[in-house]
Design a protein around this ligand. Structure first.
Ligand code: 13P
Length: 269
């Protein structure tokens, strides 16, 4: 069987789910507003720990202040990303950072629309979509975050809320190469609580359907990451679920030892 035929057969065998569809998992660390120069030692340790090529893609998003030095420390052992970017390439936007600046400092990706940006900086879906486009303009992959609040889940609205965020935040011309979606239930971030495995599977299947509806068949190859209290103790279980194509890790990405354990749970599909 040719490679193409084998891939088609594999796709048929697993329907529209991501598992088994050659989607290499992406394990991304989001340091948020944490990290001083001394913490670059964690990245050195991460590099040492990744000496044996991992089965998945590895990305760390340190604060912008450390990005250039982090790129030096990573030396190609893992990729680096920003945590946010402005939609414009340059201009009078005091305190902001552009996607081009992140790229210039060594980033290959940027997180956009994280719930902490939506909550504390009033970012709306259309702002997030503009930032995703800015990322592409600069040659960065956009990791577009979505997720429901606890009140929205309790009201039975988790699926429509996330579907609406995809419709508003993911530009229609997104591709699997330039975009990943991170599903981060707001109530699971930094709380130690995670959705049940059944809820993660149901939500990721829903997100897959929404992405395919929006982007067409290429939506099947867009990676959907889970984020929210991912730790060494639960990473393997989460990363083995259907249509979970990686993880976006906050607190547990700050220490190389923990993050390496999570990376070790990543799978090549
Ligand atoms: P925690 O892993 O600390 O819950 O954070 C998740 C997150 O917000 C990653 O972007």
């Amino acid at each position: 069987m040719s490679g193409q035929a084998a891939q088609a057969a594999a796709k048929k065998a697993c329907g529209e789910t991501g598992r088994g569809m050659n989607l290499r998992q992406l394990i991304a660390g989001n340091w948020k507003m944490n990290g001083l120069a001394a913490d670059l030692a964690e990245l050195e340790a991460l590099k040492r720990g990744l000496a044996m090529a991992p089965a998945c893609d590895v990305l760390v998003c340190p604060p912008a202040s450390l990005l250039a030095r982090a790129a030096e420390a990573a030396k190609g052992a893992f990729a680096l990303g920003g945590q946010d970017c402005h939609a414009e390439a340059r201009g009078a936007f005091t305190g902001d950072i552009s996607a081009e600046m992140l790229k210039d400092a060594g980033a290959s990706a940027v997180i956009v629309g994280h719930s902490e940006r939506r909550q504390f900086h009033g970012e709306r879906d259309q702002d997030v979509a503009a930032k995703a486009r800015a990322a592409w303009r600069a040659g960065l992959m956009a990791i577009i975050c979505i997720g429901e609040t606890e009140a929205e889940r309790d009201a039975g609205n988790a699926h429509p809320v996330c579907g609406g965020q995809i419709g508003g935040s993911v530009p229609k011309d997104a591709t699997a190469a330039n975009t990943a979606i991170a599903y981060e239930p707001v109530w699971a971030i930094g709380t130690g609580r995670t959705p049940s495995e059944a809820d993660v599977v149901a939500m990721h299947a829903h997100i897959r359907r929404c992405v395919v509806e929006r982007l067409g068949p290429i939506g099947r190859d867009v990676r959907i990451l889970y984020g929210g209290s991912v730790k060494p103790s639960n990473a393997r279980a989460i990363l083995s679920l259907d249509d979970v194509n990686g993880a976006l890790v906050g607190g547990a990405s700050l220490k190389a030892r923990d993050f390496l354990e999570i990376v070790g749970a990543g799978m090549p599909h």
